[in-house]
Design a protein around this ligand. Structure first.
Ligand code: NAD
Length: 269
């Protein structure tokens, strides 16, 4: 963490996460709100970002153009359509980027990797401290339990979530696969509908439920003969992701170019 107060620009400011981020930044002693951006059209443009998030006036107006200044850190929790453009804007302005948008495609991931040669980036499908630890525990358990234990993942999110399975479920699946020398591209199963076959030894299924207002639940099950181990994380409030992302922004402000994740931010590497 740098000892200066870090000016932060929030992208996706009108969204559920954007509002939680504005609230967290405005309540922080280490960060200050320098900008708020959302897409063109719709309500909120030209409005004060603090008021928009149910906070006191912030003196920052919501715009539809991301134009960060050197010294800012950008936090982007918007939608995948915007990701490549936002990454490029950060590279042009040489501003660090905290990227929380999930469901981004391979082209955006490639752009992210190239950009990380020029600017520092923290990208994570889940900024909660609990999930960061669950990923660690998933690797450890998969390695320790060995063959004879089937790994399966269940996730549940609010009815508005667009991508499935969640980016976090995919990360958990990857962690298990990598720890046991498997490739999730080969062994990941996303749909058993219409299947007429028993489970294959190596497969790792990810099942997505949608409904209600849950900010996210994930359970990794290791199913053995006569016993079952479950690792569950339940997010009770979006503020946990906002706290993780703002912690990442403060940490990232003085880091060299590179692609980091929450395990770096928490010092787990
Ligand atoms: P949301 O739909 O409530 O908000 C998205 C916001 O982005 C909207 O206000 C929308 O107008 C805005 N937007 C769309 N296109 C834009 C553009 N081109 N430029 C700027 N803004 C644009 O969604 P949400 O629940 O706030 O989630 C946002 C993203 O964050 C999703 O991808 C979600 O999966 C992800 N998310 C990540 C984490 C994490 O920890 N990494 C946690 C929760 C949500």
């Amino acid at each position: 963490m740098t000892d200066r107060i870090v000016p932060v620009v929030i992208v996706g400011a009108r969204g559920r996460m954007g509002q939680a981020l504005i609230q967290t930044v405005m309540s922080s002693d280490d960060l200050t709100l320098a900008g708020a951006v959302d897409r063109s059209g719709g309500p909120g443009k030209g409005q004060d970002a603090g008021k928009l998030a149910g906070m006191p006036e912030a003196g920052v107006v919501v715009t539809d153009e991301l134009s960060p200044r050197r010294g800012n850190v950008v936090i982007d929790f918007s939608l995948p359509e915007a990701t490549i453009k936002n990454i490029n804007r950060c590279v042009d302005a040489e501003t660090p980027l905290v990227l929380g948008t999930t469901g981004v495609g391979p082209e955006a991931i490639e752009t992210l990797k190239q950009a990380a040669r020029r600017i520092p980036i923290v990208a994570a499908a889940n900024f909660s401290v609990g999930i960061t630890l669950l990923l660690r525990m998933a690797s450890l358990a998969a390695k320790s339990l060995g063959p004879g234990w089937d790994a399966e993942i269940f996730e549940l999110h609010h009815r508005h979530k667009r991508d499935a399975p969640s980016g976090t479920a995919l990360r958990i699946g990857k962690a298990v696969a990598r720890a046991t020398d498997r490739d999730i591209e080969q062994v990941g199963v996303f749909n058993r509908g219409g299947a007429d076959r028993p489970r294959e030894d190596q497969e790792i299924a990810m099942v997505a439920l949608r409904g209600g207002d849950s900010p996210g639940e994930h359970t990794l099950m290791f199913l053995g003969d006569g016993e079952r181990l479950e690792l569950t994380h339940r997010a009770g409030d979006r503020a946990i992701f906002a706290r993780g992302a703002t912690r990442a922004a403060g940490w990232l402000a003085d880091k060299p170019a590179g692609l980091y994740d929450m395990a770096d931010v928490l010092g787990l590497k």
